[in-house]
Design a protein around this ligand. Structure first.
Ligand code: GLN
Length: 491
């Protein structure tokens, strides 16, 4: 049963062929068996999950209507607020934070009758590319327990790859959905900025953050996006129907895109490992065989994306994280001498090293005298990158590039070298700066048996076509059908 996609599972549940409670039992069996090693989940909700599942089963047998994710076990990244359990952001400062409300995406999942099985691990406050910055636990890559699952949505990606849920939600500020999806051999979509409500998502870089699906198939990705997309009055950055209609992402999913023009950026891709580049070339061949035209383009400003991102993201983070003051949320220091110590000690005690580094970097970039030199300059670069994309999309339907310059690296390899860690985001960051959607789909394996991801980028609000383009590749390849050899993790 674990090889059913979320969509197939839902169909079987609705047809009465599989009970949701059975599916959930199976998922918890696997979680018990494999998660002590994989470490995908920070918390799981067995009782609540069975309650929801049994309710779905009862409604199905009574012939009542059920939602589009009826009975499907899903995981969410632990930076999305839930009224059940804690919302930790994998940080000591929020370890015991219980939200009084659900994030809009959580409400939407529940309204679609999804079964939320647990909240998954991440880099603290979504800052990182390996999940090693989690202050609460370690997550390994289901394909190789010595390697990182990617980050910051390493928990959701490992859970989906390890068949510890059918689908998941992650968040992506600079690659955090696409890169772990790539490292774990699953599908990850960062929607257009504004496509999905971020109400109840703990903020990292507010002009960059987006929530999106991590799934095993493009089909499931379209299904999940349909559930979470749309305007939300509680999030003023979410776009309304008039500005950008939410189409039925599944409707034309299997119709190949005619006259498809794909742009490749050879110069920018030179920085990727040979095997990653070879997989990209092979993927382009698949598209060529399907009738697509591949054009080589240049995007001169992409080289500056990392520098601009790490100024903008840290600047926004430094102001977003000011709210953790020892008073409003979470951890408070014991026996402070005065109120200044309430702030300083609470923060010093409960933020991890990387979070502190970013708060300092961001505060510096915003400080008077440096604001123009760093922050404003980064915003200008951001505009140039946006223009590069606008120019490119004038000539093509989509742009392809690697997700990451390498496959999953070893645990510990980059954690003491923040710059190396930042540089590993080279291919994912530009999409966030430009606000455009990007998807990562499995496109091969390296000689160590580690998954390689293919990234496809599309114009803003072009998710429907982006998913169709991704589906064309998936329908003609088998990479997405490969499952990690978790049994070897077993002993
Ligand atoms: N790795 C990037 C960072 O550390 C992106 C993280 C993310 O997308 N949340 O900021």
């Amino acid at each position: 049963m674990d090889e059913l996609s979320a969509r197939q599972l839902r169909e079987k549940i609705v047809a009465g062929e599989v009970r949701s409670a059975e599916a959930v039992a199976k998922v918890f069996e696997r979680i018990e068996k494999f998660d002590p090693e994989v470490g995908a989940y920070i918390s799981t909700y067995r009782d609540e999950a069975f309650e929801t599942a049994e309710d779905v089963d009862r409604r199905v047998s009574a012939g009542e209507a059920v939602g589009v994710l009826a009975g499907v076990p899903v995981a969410i990244k632990d930076n999305m607020c839930t009224t059940f359990g804690a919302t930790t952001c994998a940080s000591k400062i929020l370890e015991n934070f219980h939200s009084p409300y659900n994030a809009t995406v959580v409400e939407k999942l529940l309204a679609a009758d999804a079964v939320i099985v647990g909240k998954a691990n991440m880099d603290e406050f979504a800052m990182g590319s390996s999940t090693e910055n989690s202050a609460l636990k370690r997550t390994v890559n289901p394909w190789d327990a010595n390697r990182v699952p990617g980050g910051s949505s390493g928990g959701p990606a490992a859970a989906v790859a390890g068949r510890l849920c059918s689908a998941a939600l992650g968040s992506d500020t600079g690659g955090s959905i696409r890169q772990p999806a790539g490292f774990c051999g699953v599908v990850g979509l960062k929607p257009t900025y504004g496509r999905v409500s971020r109400f109840g998502l703990v903020a990292y870089g507010s002009s960059l953050d987006q929530i999106g699906p991590i799934t095993r198939t493009v089909d499931d990705c379209a299904l999940m996006l349909g559930v979470i997309a749309g305007h939300d009055p509680s999030d003023s950055t979410s776009v309304d129907e008039q500005t950008a209609h939410v189409p039925d992402y599944l409707e034309k999913l299997d119709q190949p895109v005619g006259n498809l023009k794909i742009a490749n950026v050879p110069k920018f891709n030179e920085g990727a490992d040979e095997q990653v580049r070879a997989a990209l070339d092979e993927a382009l061949d698949v598209y060529r065989q399907l009738g697509a035209e591949v054009l080589d383009i240049e995007m001169p400003h992409l080289d500056y994306a990392i520098a601009a991102y790490y100024v903008i993201a840290t600047a926004e983070a430094s102001s977003n994280l000011a709210r953790y003051d020892g008073v409003h949320y979470g951890h408070r220091t014991e026996r402070p001498r005065d109120y200044v110590e309430v702030y300083s000690k609470s923060r010093a005690e409960a933020f991890g090293k990387e979070v502190k580094r970013r708060i300092m970097l961001g505060t510096y970039a915003l400080s008077s005298g440096y604001y123009d030199a760093y922050y404003l300059k980064a915003l200008k670069v951001r505009n140039l990158i946006r223009n590069d994309f606008a120019d490119a999309f004038g000539e093509c339907n989509c742009i392809v590039m690697p997700v990451s310059p390498t496959t999953a690296f070893r645990l510990g390899d980059k954690i003491d070298d923040p710059l190396q860690m930042y540089l590993s985001d080279v291919y994912t960051i530009a999409a966030n700066l430009a606000g455009i959607p990007g998807i990562s789909i499995p496109c091969g394996f390296d000689d160590k048996g580690l998954p390689i991801g293919l990234q496809i980028l599309a114009p803003a609000f072009g998710e429907a076509e982006l998913l169709r383009i991704a589906r064309m590749f998936e329908a003609n390849t088998d990479w997405h059908k490969k499952a990690p050899p978790l049994e070897s993790v077993d002993n």
